[in-house]
Design a protein around this ligand. Structure first.
Ligand code: SF4
Length: 322
């Protein structure tokens, strides 16, 4: 059997990609590309409103992560409509959309308000589902039971910010929850048969490359449908900027070349069963205190990563052991 045949047969999904692509999952299911459209529904977060803490996570500046069309003063319907127009200029027009509740903690409100907001999004023509970004401590069984009901007719995923598997780091970045709480939320969500997503950051203070690679094994054991990874980008005006300036040696910030090597190794150890939505983050350079990478978009970086996998004849899960 040739090298290229071996990875195809290894994959449970049986396609020619060398990683388990979230984008391809939707393409296969709906017959074409499904576009995510971000929404800022005006939520806050318990790590900012004083319930858990007032400072927020040390790396967080939501303005740096949110597309310009997302403003909470606009209705959900207007944001979806403007989001569709925005993406049309960058990519081919899609026929199907996922409403992505992105800013802050999008389950942090009473159920009646959530119902109103989510159902307005689902009523928009072409919206086939919701991706709901939130914290592991902002979910409960009442909300999960409601979302399970929605998932009978729509694609529903809860995307948890987990960021790291290490409690020392979680403490240091002021996440105000533990890794155990994240695992609990994932397991509970999976019990309700709702898709689970998670977001992780590589390069947080105090973490070595070995620790980050070990996370591939830990993440592989979690009930996750999909994951998003990105390199730490130090954003101006955040508490982590000060920490970075005061203690630069505590940070393992990747250059693009080093990150490429790292992410290939990471993918080799990651289970092939979890879909990968993204490998890198893309903050506009004007927000950055750390050095920006090449002027390439996430999708272009993903293409380079995929080419590198091919060049090395390796793939997601090649070194994964249960
Ligand atoms: S990253 Fe999320 S949880 Fe942390 S402060 Fe920002 S909105 Fe809140």
């Amino acid at each position: 059997m040739s090298g290229s045949q071996s990875y195809i047969s290894f994959y449970p999904r049986g396609n020619k990609r060398r990683f388990n692509s979230y984008t391809d999952y939707f393409r296969k299911k709906y017959g074409e590309r499904v576009q995510k459209v971000s929404i800022n529904a005006g939520f806050t977060c318990p790590n900012r409103d004083g319930t858990k803490s007032k400072g927020g996570c040390t790396f967080c500046l939501n303005d740096a992560f949110n597309p310009s069309y997302c403003r909470p003063e606009k209705s959900i319907t207007t944001q979806i409509s403007e989001g569709i127009e925005f993406h049309k200029k960058r990519y081919r027009r899609a026929s199907y959309y996922l409403a992505y509740f992105q800013a802050y903690s999008n389950t942090y409100a009473p159920i009646d308000l959530l119902r109103e907001i989510y159902e307005e999004a689902l009523a928009y023509p072409g919206v086939i589902g919701l991706i709901i970004g939130t914290r592991p401590d902002c979910i409960d069984e009442q909300k999960l039971a409601y979302l399970k009901g929605l998932s009978e007719k729509h694609y529903i995923s809860i995307e948890y910010g987990i960021e790291t598997c290490y409690d020392n780091t979680l403490l240091r970045i002021n996440r105000a929850h533990t890794f155990e709480e994240a695992v609990f939320a994932l397991k509970l969500t999976a019990q309700y048969c709702i898709n689970t997503g998670a977001h992780f950051i590589f390069g947080l203070p105090g973490e070595s490359e070995e620790m980050m690679l070990e996370e591939a094994r830990i993440i592989s054991g979690l009930p996750l449908t999909s994951v998003k990874f990105h390199q730490l980008q130090v954003i101006k005006g955040t508490p982590i900027e000060k920490e970075y300036l005061d203690h630069p040696s505590d940070f393992h910030l990747f250059t693009w070349g080093k990150y490429l090597e790292f992410i290939i190794k990471f993918l080799e150890y990651l289970t092939p069963c979890i879909m990968v939505e993204r490998f890198t983050g893309e903050v506009p350079p004007r927000f950055l205190a750390s050095s920006p990478w090449e002027k390439l978009r996430n999708d272009q970086l993903a293409t380079i990563i995929e080419k590198k996998l091919e060049e090395l004849n390796t793939w997601q899960g090649r070194l994964f052991r249960q």
